[in-house]
Design a protein around this ligand. Structure first.
Ligand SMILES: [Zn+2]
Length: 374
């Protein structure tokens, strides 16, 4: 991964390059930032840069032996720790999934924990860095370097680490083996144990700017400038969300349509149409049903913001037809009904995930909406 492959974050990149140039690379660093800010990509590019045999003032060379191995993520001095799921083995470690991990990260370095876990197992499984990982970490770091001057261990989501692993890691961060660099990449640093936090240099990474996300959508998907700008605004700095929104525009329109129908029938107390609506929802696939509910939750939240915000639109992330709809709809959402509505949607989501009867779930949901919307 080269720095130039990251669409933005120039200030952070300059700072990282500067640390190498001044030979002030702290041996334990924590990259923290919200989902979709590119923190893992930055850590990878930084590691590649540090290890590059022929780096320039602004990027790694991309062609030396080290860069080639870093690109494939098979460099013997590059180690990864990341959340995994329990498989048939009693105590899984990251290396049990290293092949899948390499393939996944190389496809795109911008992804969520859920999408990673989905790719290695069933949904709903908890992803953790298990206690068994501690021995692996110590073993790997006790080795001499093979090809580089420095061993680099990238730990993705240390907040997912078993306490005993964290404690063992603490000792090794305190007295690091020779020429070892830890790069911890966290989305929720407040959940990392404080004794680890206090031993790391912190690099706070902001979300991507709207302009950078817009450029990214145009170059990746050939999006129109208007559409890219609109999605960039809704994505609010999260590049993963921006891609999702772009790739799912059609389902997004369908979801808006379903949401609008439900609200209209409910307001009119048109029970026959409400029943037909719930039958139609029940006929969709499970993922589409969950997608609708997530969408409805977002729309509710944004409409509440519209109702509350005196200087309208400042905090609202809506696009296209959603704006037109919400202009009229938001007065119906208030602090009184937004909690029970949210609760009902969450319940429905939960029941769908648990494989409940979709016809009953959606009819029940729709009838609750009839009662709550007036
Ligand atoms: Zn190189």
């Amino acid at each position: 991964m080269k720095f130039s492959q990251i669409p933005g974050q120039k200030d952070i990149i300059d700072r990282l390059i500067g640390s190498v140039r001044c030979e002030r690379v702290s041996h334990a660093q924590l990259f923290s930032g919200p989902e979709g800010c590119g923190s893992l990509a930055l850590a990878l590019a930084y590691a590649t840069y540090i290890s590059c045999e022929n780096r320039s003032g602004n990027d790694s060379c991309g062609i030396c032996k080290s860069c080639v191995k870093y690109e494939k993520m098979i460099h013997p001095d590059l180690h990864f720790v990341f959340p995994v799921i329990k498989n048939k083995r009693e105590d899984p470690v990251s290396d049990s999934f290293i092949g899948e991990w390499r393939d996944f990260v190389r496809k795109s370095p911008f992804f969520t924990l859920n999408s990673w876990l989905d790719s290695i197992g069933v949904e709903k499984e908890q992803g953790l860095i298990f206690a068994s990982e501690a021995a692996e970490i110590i073993k790997k770091l006790s080795l001499k370097t093979f090809e580089s001057d420095v061993k680099i261990m990238i730990i993705w989501l240390p907040e997912r680490m078993h306490l005993s692993t964290a404690n063992k890691l603490l000792k090794i961060i305190e007295e690091p083996p020779d020429r070892t660099l830890f790069l911890l990449v966290s989305e929720e640093p407040d959940k990392v144990i404080p004794t680890i936090l206090s031993r790391c240099q912190h690099i706070k990474i902001p979300g991507f700017t709207g302009d950078k996300i817009k450029d990214y959508l145009i170059s990746k998907y050939g999006s129109s400038s208007e559409k890219a700008a609109e999605i960039a605004r809704i994505a609010n700095g999260n590049i993963i969300r921006a891609s999702d929104l772009f790739e799912n525009q059609e389902s997004s329109l369908q979801n808006l349509d379903s949401f609008r129908s439900l609200m209209r029938y409910s307001w009119k107390r048109d029970i026959l149409s409400v029943i037909r609506w719930s039958e139609e929802m029940a006929s969709r696939g499970r993922e589409a049903q969950k997608g609708f509910i997530s969408y409805a939750l977002r729309l509710l939240r944004e409409n509440l913001m519209l109702s509350l915000d005196q200087q309208k639109h400042r905090l609202v992330y809506l696009g296209g037809e959603e704006v037109t709809f919400s202009e009229k709809f938001h007065p119906y959402i208030n602090q009184r009904n937004v909690y029970p509505l949210t609760e009902e949607l969450n319940q429905a989501f939960y029941h769908i995930e648990a494989n409940g009867n979709a016809r009953i779930i959606f009819l029940d949901l729709a009838l609750k909406v009839v009662r709550l919307i007036r």
